[in-house]
Design a protein around this ligand. Sequence first.
Ligand code: NAD
Ligand code: UDX
Length: 481
Amino acid sequence: MVKICCIGAGYVGGPTMAMIALKCPDIQVVVVDISKPRIAAWNSPDLPIYEPGLDEVVKACRDKNLFFSTDVEKHVAEADIVFVSVNTPTKTRGLGAGKAADLTYWESAARMIADVSKSDKIVVEKSTVPVKTAEAIEKILTHNNDKGINFQILSNPEFLAEGTAIEDLAKPDRVLIGGRETPGGRKAVEALKAVYAHWVPEDRILTTNLWSAELSKLAANAFLAQRISSINAMSALCESTGANVSEVAYAVGKDSRIGPKFLNASVGFGGSCFQKDILNLVYICECNGLPEVAHYWKQVVQINDYQKTRFVKRVVSSMFNTVSGKKIAILGFAFKKDTGDTRETPAIDVCHGLLGDKALLSIYDPQVTEDQMKRDLAMNKFDWDHPQHLQPQSPTAFKQVSVVWDAYEATKDAHAVCIITEWDEFKKLDYQRIYDNMQKPAFIFDGRNVLDVESLRKIGFVVYSIGKPLDPWVKDLQVSI
Ligand code: NAD
Ligand code: UDX
């Protein structure tokens, strides 16, 4: 029986390995992590991450051919294939701070693999890493290798999106495997291909050289984020001209060369990947003497920051240029629906902006805990190239924040409602009831374009929806945005 060990039991390692275990009963899969609470949660009825369909997959194979353990070294030593799915965040200090990927966790995992291995291994880069990382990893693995062990490095980046991870893993658009163009490299590629071939059609398993696979992951995320920044840039122009961004996106997306997906204007993209991976790409371009290319991609992140700032300005300027002492309901804190993940969520920046103007925030999200929200709001972001609204908050800011477990409670006596995450339940709320319990004029700022603007206006709300023709009220009160 082939044994797979995955280092890192996070949003990628957990679901990815659970799917491999489900589809490959002949393979033993062990997911290891240095975090004891995380492993304990994976072994409990309450999994550490919320992901539709994940519970069923884990419960179908846990303790059969899927195991979660903190005994990292033992399972790495025994494995034939070692996936490395540790976090690769943006560096906050030193060379490349605010842009480069921090490979500290990756390097320590690689050193540990080198130390404990007693048999040949295929080491798979699952984490998103800078192009050419495999070369560095190879050096770490083969340095001091007096045991004669053969290590083959593969790049097998993950393309799942949170909220749809199980669907994405079960029916991937493609699986990408990059390896060395040597007999040993080709054999390793075939071995990993055989794992995925248990359920992925062969024509969807792409094989490339190592550097193409590493770079394709950064490129795919950059292209996806670029579409969002493109439609968000258009949303600003729509608001100035009276065009409707949903109609524009539909018309543009009907062109089969462009396609309809990823054209939803929003308060800005969030998540642990897009910003981090683009900044990493920018840094790689700079290091390779390509400042124009670096500048091009940096704009995608800058438009995203602009969009978040623009949203806050709309809220404040519509409400007579002050939100000081006013209760504002924040509906949604996760970076997208169907996840409890808040990494880089636009909610953090919007809340910072409103807190900076002394608003009183009442926040509701069906999947994010109060502790998590407060940790996020207190967090120090790296200070590279970020607008002033991202300054760290003092603990006194928390006096301005309350977290509630019901949208009606959040909106009671509020002056305004901001929709930050597109949770389905926000579409089904009783907005007449919400309006009746709010201060007047009652404002709604829809950062996700999920509400029916006309019916809200009929109730009496002043409504702002990203990229939609402006409410006369909002239009009249705008400072320049
Ligand atoms: P995560 O932070 O959820 O999980 C990483 C885990 O690795 C943590 O639990 C951490 O404790 C563990 N870890 C770190 N160093 C370790 C070590 N030396 N030994 C054992 N465990 C260690 O991160 P994630 O969201 O799963 O992302 C992992 C990688 O996958 C990143 O490179 C990310 O860019 C990439 N990725 C993420 C997504 C996503 O949707 N989250 C999608 C595609 C790719
Ligand atoms: C992304 C990539 O989609 C995935 O392939 C990669 O493996 C990891 O990064 P993820 O960040 O989990 O996945 O979610 P995604 O669906 O891409 O959404 C990212 C952000 O963009 C969210 O904040 C989402 O709300 C926003 N978004 C997405 C928009 O604002 N408009 C859109 O049209 C699509």
